[in-house]
Design a binder for this molecule. Structure first.
Ligand code: DPP
Ligand code: ZN
Length: 844
């Protein structure tokens, strides 16, 4: 396969002044007619006229009205063209009804829908399908369907047709079209400067009752972007469409966002608090792309983090403002450790801005998105809030309407702050998670921190240079008071000393407050100090982190030395949970443990071979010990978690339910599930229903509830996904492969639907001990399904291959079993480019 390099970038030989598209919709023979005004690009030297095009049947083509016969391959076409402005016209035929890859124009439950990012537009018509080619679009849709939508503003409409005009130049990846029998949940928003915007959320009949929350979230997002970033919406209409078959969460097409229905439809009966929070964040994310992504886009796909890192950072700021900032930060760090750290410390490790790829769809990763957002957070920490705002203002002013690079982005910070960001830029080019080792010294009233950094080798990068690491530090005195407030140390060398003078007594250092950099901290300190921080740290993130570190430490010793659960951890946890002044959501997070996969990574890092069953047993033992230790407090936690008012997905109620669910999980270990069964029977919202069912399943019970759940919800696609996912992810290790295989034979396992596939197959992969079942049955099941899905939907298949990315942590037997499956996949005839690239990188 072809590898594409960042260093090979060159601009396209032509500029596009306008695009006119006409769609004559038909399920198996949609005609797409394009009329495109090109002119030579004075910035380009290469005038080869190559248009991308895949899976298109060319009917006719002409230049300035004269029919031509271009050279067509399976990648696109070339033609000879005038050295002056000209009009290209082409008519092609496509087959949306058989498009199961869900890229380009496809059908989902009778509705036409598109997904063009990254390179799907080339499956719609011949075009320079690259983000640096921007143009206005006018789209006419002819089709016998009541709702016909595209980007921009509506400019004409009649029986069986509609016309849309997008006045803002955009790259083809932001093109969208939707046609179907849809209903609108409508509202409006008036922007800062008084523009009236019609807002519509389009859904299939039956889903009207699940729109209100998404609409409110959209309005909050529009307001927030005005208030915080001064960014206003720029069209007369903003449409969102929910679609059931979608490879990702959602897509920010200009004026016509398309959402996976799981990322927008919500009701208290069918959605959990976590679903509501995720929906709010994704709606905000896609809306924020209007400025960071659409108005200012990427020059090429290597710059993907330019829009994604920044937009994830912005949506996290939004969630922090709407809800609790510390709780959001902790959630994000949990997620980063669960998804980005394994990627960055394994065979798929790549820089935030990759330098080569075979299939760009494989780089929509936690590294580009989440580490990309962390890099922006560090930049903001280093320059300060005011300088950040000034730099962003300059970014919008200088680059509006352009396709940009990371160099452009960093330059606005250099120009506004005078700071040299050459070393900081390594965050974009070096892969791997830096390790920061902390050593302390105390003498004559001076406390010294010695920080050293190193980053292990990663694929293609044996040697690393020191990065700029902002380490936020505070010092606590013996009674828990803060003797030095938070300050940011800038670690730029391999090893550096930082001194704090004039202290009366030796302080306890709280290091990497707020998780100020995406690094792994190596700080060998007494557990008594961690317990002290768990009791006293004034930084909420680090207070949580102290508990997390204690939990991890005791689990590792239980696994490797057969130690008993650590009393300091259990006592410290009890004290925190007792503190009714602390936010219930925060206390619920305190009850969390590192994931079993994280524990496996930590053991691997210590040079041990992780045994998934030993890890599973240690977690079970610690949970049981926690339940016993908290026994007397549990009734009080349950009463604190009670919500009397009608269900609302707001942070306050959700936090109470989170605490109640965490307490219920512990209670279930003591009462055998009596209370969980009661909660299940009475639950009038999905959050409680699902948490009670989870408790029962974890206790090896709940079979009748599971059956009742199916009866109640088998007609609701999104809830049925939960039914599949829960069983696979919570099955006891020995049962997991069998349960997952049985579910994969269930008539409702519509495996061509990405949500359903991910629920079951991804659920199994999340069940650490069940996935790593000694006989390799789960590995084989996953491989069977990847092989089956690949010809249907390469993108979702390739994404799911990441379940194997940590394989080199495990013992020789498991490695052999996994290698056998990886080879079996690799040898499958006609394997997609997507999956081929992933498997070969994972094999290393
Ligand atoms: N839809 C994806 C996102 O919003 C890709 N742009 O991040
Ligand atoms: Zn995005």
């Amino acid at each position: 396969p072809n590898t594409i390099y960042l260093s090979d970038y060159s601009p396209f030989g032509f500029l596009v002044d306008s695009v006119h598209l006409t769609f004559d919709l038909a399920p198996h023979a949609t005609r797409v007619t394009s009329r495109i005004a090109f002119r030579p690009n004075p910035q380009a030297t290469d005038r080869t006229f190559f248009l991308h095009g895949e899976e298109l049947k060319l009917i006719r083509a002409s230049i300035d009205g004269a029919e031509i016969t271009p050279d067509v391959t399976d990648k696109g076409l070339t033609a000879s063209v005038p050295d002056a402005p000209f009009v290209w016209e082409a008519e092609v035929e496509i087959d949306p009804g058989n498009n199961t890859a869900l890229e380009g124009l496809y059908m989902s439950n009778g509705m036409y829908c598109t997904q063009c990012e990254a390179e799907g537009f080339r499956k719609i018509t011949f075009y320079p399908d690259r983000p640096d080619v921007m143009s206005t679009f006018t789209v006419r849709i002819n089709g016998d369907l009541p709702v016909l939508l595209s980007n921009g503003n509506p400019t004409g409409k009649g029986e069986g047709w509609a016309e849309w005009t997008d006045p803002w130049p955009k790259p083809a990846y932001l093109f969208a079209l939707v046609a179907g029998e849809l209903l609108a949940h409508s509202d409006s928003f008036t922007t800062l400067s008084g523009r009236h915007v019609d807002l519509n959320l389009w859904v299939r009949p039956g889903d009207e009752g699940k729109c209100a929350f998404g609409m409110e979230a959209l309005k909050r997002s529009m307001k927030w972007d005005e208030d915080v970033y001064g960014r206003e919406y720029d069209l007369d209409v903003f449409n969102i469409v929910a679609v059931d078959d979608f490879n990702m969460g959602a897509m920010e097409n200009k004026g016509l966002n398309i959402f996976n229905s799981s990322a927008v439809l919500a009701s208290p009966e069918t959605s959990t608090d976590a679903n509501f929070e995720r929906i709010e964040a994704i709606i905000a994310h896609e809306y924020f792309h209007n400025w960071t992504g659409n108005r200012i886009t990427c020059r090429d796909w290597f710059q993907l983090c330019l829009k994604e890192g920044l937009t994830v950072f912005r949506d996290a700021q939004f969630t922090s403002d709407m809800r609790s900032a510390p709780v959001k930060r902790i959630h994000d760090v949990i997620d980063l450790r669960a998804r980005q750290f394994p990627e960055d410390n394994g065979p798929l490790s790549h820089p935030v801005r990759p330098e080569s790829f075979q299939e760009i769809n494989n780089f929509y990763t936690a590294t580009v998105y989440e580490k990309g957002a962390e890099v922006i957070g560090m930049l903001k920490t280093l320059v300060g809030d005011d300088a950040y705002s000034k730099a962003l203002d300059l970014y919008f002013e200088r680059h509006d309407g352009q396709a940009c690079t990371i160099e452009d982005w960093l330059k606005v910070f250099e120009d506004t702050t005078g700071r040299d960001l050459a070393q900081f830029k390594r965050w974009y080019s070096q892969s791997g998670t830096p390790r920061v080792k902390v050593e302390e010294d105390w003498a004559d009233g001076t406390f010294t921190l010695t920080l050293s950094q190193s980053t292990p080798p990663t694929p293609g990068q044996p040697e690393k240079l020191p990065q700029v690491i902002p380490v936020a530090v505070g010092l606590l005195g013996p009674n828990g008071d803060e003797v030095r407030g938070t300050e940011v140390l800038e670690l730029t060398e391999a090893r550096q000393n930082f001194t704090f003078e004039g202290l009366a007594t030796r302080p306890v250092a709280s290091i990497l407050r707020g998780f100020s950099a995406p690094v792994i901290l190596d700080h060998d300190r007494p557990n008594a100090e961690r317990a002290f921080l768990l009791a006293h740290d004034t930084d909420p993130f680090n207070r949580w982190e102290a508990g997390r570190t204690l939990a991890q430490d005791t689990l590792l010793r239980m696994i490797t030395q057969d130690a008993a659960p650590d009393a300091e951890y259990l006592d410290g946890l009890l004290a925190v949970l007792r503190d009714a002044d602390l936010d219930p959501a925060y206390r619920a997070l305190m009850l969390g443990l590192p994931t079993q996969s994280e524990l496996a990574a930590a053991l691997h890092e210590q040079g041990e071979t992780p045994d998934p069953m030993a890890i599973w047993r240690a977690v079970e033992t610690l949970r049981q010990a926690t339940a016993q230790h908290m026994q007397d407090l549990l009734p009080r936690l349950h009463s604190e978690a009670l919500v009397d008012s009608p269900y609302s997905p707001d942070a306050e109620q959700a936090g109470k339910r989170a605490l109640g669910s965490a307490a219920l999980a512990l209670t279930t270990r003591l009462d055998g599930g009596a209370m969980a069964a009661e909660v299940y029977a009475k639950a009038d919202n999905m959050t409680l229903q699902l948490s009670a069912l989870s408790c029962l399943l974890r206790a090896g019970k709940g079979q009748s509830e599971l059956a009742a759940f199916y009866d109640q919800w088998h007609d609701d696609r999104l809830v049925l996904d939960k039914w599949f996912g829960l069983q696979a992810s919570l099955a006891a290790p020995d049962d997991a492969p069998r349960i997952a295989r049985t579910l994969s034979e269930h008539p409702d396992f519509n495996w061509k639907n990405p949500n359903r596939f991910r629920a079951l197959i991804g659920g199994l992969a999340m069940n650490h001990a069940g996935f790593h079942h000694a006989g390799g049955a789960s590995y084989a099941l996953l491989a069977d399904w990847l092989i089956r899905l690949d010809p249907v939907n390469p993108q979702t298949t390739a994404r799911m291959c990441t379940a194997f990315q940590t394989w080199k942590r495990y013992d020789a037997d498991r490695q052999d079993l996994i290698r056998t499956q990886l080879s079996r996949i690799a040898e499958t005839p006609n394997l997609s480019r997507d999956t081929t690239e992933m498997i070969s990188r994972i094999l290393g």
